[in-house]
Design a protein around this ligand. Structure first.
Ligand SMILES: Nc1ncnc2c1ncn2[C@@H]1O[C@H](COP(=O)(O)OP(=O)(O)O)[C@@H](O)[C@H]1O
Ligand SMILES: O=C(CO)[C@@H](O)[C@H](O)COP(=O)(O)O
Length: 495
């Protein structure tokens, strides 16, 4: 078989609201990007923000066939735009973390002999025992979490052995709930995948193991015949979208990454894991001797969109004008906006406070917008510091996710963290990281490290620096924010 030249490496991201793809070439330049938006491109699934929020408000699912159909659509889109699949040497990808997929008995056989004349969606229609996959926004498994912590010997012990206490969105608790309430579906299930390993399974034409940093297999003959991928194309293990972003931003120890996607997350590259009752320790996707620490916030972009709609007529430009024309520190007004039950901390409701920490019923639109953005970033810094993280001289904040395209939001981030904020020039760092992982996956056998494999990749660019005087404004606000959040949490727990 002749060696492929001028190769491409593909990174896919099955995130909450969309499926995205990035292609890079051998010199790590991005050559292609595209996406499929679940709500608008696949309206037949009637999702909002890519999900269905059930009547009880705590159960949140996505139709598994929507993800399959999105892949059909994206690949067809690539084909009709002339994308040359024959040059693809390796594929990797990521998925929103924790979401789980239940393959029905017989599905493996179906995956192994897919007819290239037909789309995946029609071929896999009957391959799932549970049609509505629980996703990371779900918080309906409090009972299962309690039982798990009890069985294991307490929340801290569970964190010590797994990296996290029991969180409602985590897959084990979701599986326990399906086992408890949908016995028939559970017994029809032949394999449970994460969203990431489910996506890898589609490309492999067989079940992929759950995130394993450097495993790889050959692409399914289905994609060779239908899209012209080379037979030698490898599928490199898919991972979670946040680990994918860590790879895409080429995070270094000492940096702090802030992802502003559907969820907001803060994550760090760490060497010494110290599991606590808040936050998570995950495997590091590019270095098996290191870890990543992560804190997740549920009320991210969707809350920003709601406030934009109410206070800025639905325009990000007007939202930005409000941020630019209001002072740092918002004249002492603080807002905490938990539209849905938050993950960090587990509290709910909209809470506005004036300069004297007195509750107020409403803010003017301009104050509301700044209160939201400042509140979100104060929360990120307060919780990162609770986990022991310190902003020091030389700290870089690396921002990614949809809202990182908004410089005025990044300015507030830089001011609250009192550190420079950097971005990479590809909106989806997870796709990019997975394209890098695809490339690296081909050279792990010769012992090449991820850092070596991507040493030629473009560096993150400085986006904004802190406004002079920011530290003086935000230091007291950080203390006030922590106290106010504590007050809300106590109130939530006594209700
Ligand atoms: N100019 C902007 N300012 C603020 N937020 C934005 C802007 N453009 C897009 N977004 C936000 O980005 C979000 C999508 O981010 P993305 O990282 O693509 O999400 P996900 O990967 O979870 O699907 C949208 O919900 C939207 O609110
Ligand atoms: O639950 C978590 C992380 O633990 C979320 O960050 C999900 O991974 C969803 O990611 P986005 O679609 O918001 O990027």
């Amino acid at each position: 078989m002749a060696e492929l030249t001028d190769c491409y490496y593909l990174g896919f991201d099955f995130s909450t609201q969309q499926l995205k793809v990035v292609a890079v070439d051998d010199s790590l330049q991005v050559t292609y990007q595209s996406n499929v938006q679940f709500d608008s491109d696949l309206p037949e699934f009637r999702t909002q923000g890519g999900v269905h929020i059930h009547e009880n408000r705590v159960t949140v699912t996505s139709p598994v066939l929507m993800w399959v159909k999105a892949l059909d659509l994206l690949l067809e889109k690539m084909k009709s735009s002339g994308f040359d699949f024959s040059r693809v040497k390796a594929i990797s990808g990521s998925g929103q973390q924790h979401g789980n997929v239940y393959w029905k008995k017989g599905a493996r056989k179906t995956l192994q002999c897919l007819d290239p004349e037909r789309c995946l969606h029609s071929l896999l229609q009957n391959s799932f025992a549970v049609q509505d996959s629980p996703v990371w926004m779900d918080s309906s498994t409090a009972e299962q979490c309690q039982r798990l912590e009890c069985a294991v010997g307490g929340a801290q012990h569970l964190a010590d052995i797994t990296g996290s206490r029991a969180y409602e969105r985590f897959t084990a608790n979701q599986i326990a709930k399906i086992y408890q309430f949908q016995q028939d579906r559970y017994s029809e299930t032949e394999r449970i995948s994460l969203v990431s390993s489910f996506a890898a399974s589609l490309f492999l034409g067989n079940y992929a193991p759950v995130d394993y940093s450097d495993g790889k297999g050959s692409v399914s003959p289905y994609f060779v015949k239908r899209f012209g991928l080379p037979k030698v194309c490898k599928v490199v293990a898919f991972t979670g979208d946040n680990p994918g972003s860590l790879a895409g931003m080429r995070l270094q120890e000492g940096d702090v990454a802030v992802s502003l996607g559907t969820s907001d997350t803060v994550f760090l590259w760490i060497k010494e894991p110290k599991p606590m009752l808040e936050g998570h320790i995950f495997c590091n996707p590019v270095d098996h001797m290191s870890y990543m620490a992560l804190i997740c916030y549920k009320n991210g972009s969707l809350t920003r969109e709601r406030i934009r709609n109410v206070c800025a007529g639905g325009s990000w430009e007007d939202f930005s004008v409000a941020l630019r024309s209001s002072p740092m520190g918002n004249n002492g007004n603080i807002g905490i906006y938990f539209d849905a039950m938050e993950i960090t901390p587990p509290a709910v409701g909209i809470h506005r406070f004036n300069l004297d920490d007195k509750t107020v019923a409403a803010f003017t639109p301009e104050v509301e917008i700044r209160a939201l953005i400042e509140g979100q970033f104060l929360a990120k810094r307060v919780h990162a510091e609770k986990l022991g993280y310190r902003i020091i001289q030389g700290t870089r904040v690396l921002a990614t996710g949809g809202a990182s395209s908004n410089k005025d939001i990044l300015q507030v981030l830089s001011d609250v963290f009192n550190a420079p904020v950097y971005t990479i020039n590809v909106a989806n760092s997870s796709c990019l990281g997975c394209a890098y992982r695809a490339l690296h996956g081909l050279s792990v056998d010769i012992g090449m490290s991820f850092a070596e494999a991507v040493s030629k990749a473009p560096e993150a660019q400085l986006a904004v620096t802190p406004t002079p005087g920011a530290r003086k404004v935000y230091e007291p606000l950080l203390r006030r924010y922590a106290d106010l959040e504590e007050r809300i949490l106590k109130h939530t727990m006594t209700q």
